[in-house]
Design a protein around this ligand. Sequence first.
Ligand code: A2P
Length: 276
Amino acid sequence: TVPNVRLNNGVEMPQLGFGVWQVSDDEAEKAVSAALETGYRSIDTASAYENEAGTGRALRASGIARDELFVTTKLFNSDQGYDSTLRAFDASMERLGLDVLDLYLIHWPVPSHGKYVDTWRAFEKLYKDGRVRAIGVSNFTVGTFERLFAETDVKPVLNQVELHPYFQQAGLRAFHQEHDLRTEAWSPLGQGRGLLEDPALAPIGEAHGKTPAQVVLRWHLQLGNIVIPKSVTPERIAQNFDVFDFELTESEMAVIADMDADRRLGPDPATFDWMG
Ligand code: A2P
């Protein structure tokens, strides 16, 4: 079974969850249903993914008790600002069919318009009103955190960032640790392309009877990262969940540490200002 991590506000979150980026609404319903059947209890979506409704249908159809589920969604860039955040939250909850959310994240900081401070004040209100059990951010940098810490009261519980063996984010992970923030990895498998064929991973997998994807997920878990691998393939959904019966050795962890290549696959959050 999946271990929980304790967030800095005391809330427990499964260390392994299921992500649905780049999955259509109908596909998301099927994939989330398959994931819940496999045993995943943490689901990560976003208003920008346009699949909150399908995700919500799968959550309800599962019959799993609400308090056993951990649901994350994200506020999109064009909804930043105090009032618009409160409205966007209600719309997301409506689509998900939930009364209380487990984790709400600012999707991107968008430092160019600088609205993330007002946005965070709306997050603080949602948190204090009991609409969401934990609030956090995604794609924040040290610079955006410093302004947030200086101007607001409630600390985020985590930062969800691009993180995989080709882009290991050592400096940002150290910053998170220093500030008692958890690190959550998006695209933990490097989006499947390239990384999973890296010749360094196959022999490690063979030594444990595991696939390269399972080795990479294990590496994240042993570093303490929260991971949300995405797949629409039932066999892979199950495979990515089957990572709790082996352990990488220190030298295997070191081999993967050496794969770091500063190879970002997604946008640079310091400049990304896409409004949809
Ligand atoms: P698919 O959805 O077609 O199964 P990330 O979570 O890093 O963004 O990676 C997601 C990508 O990796 C998807 O293209 C997904 O393909 C692929 N993927 C997910 N799990 C595995 C796996 N166990 N083995 C190989 N590829 C995988």
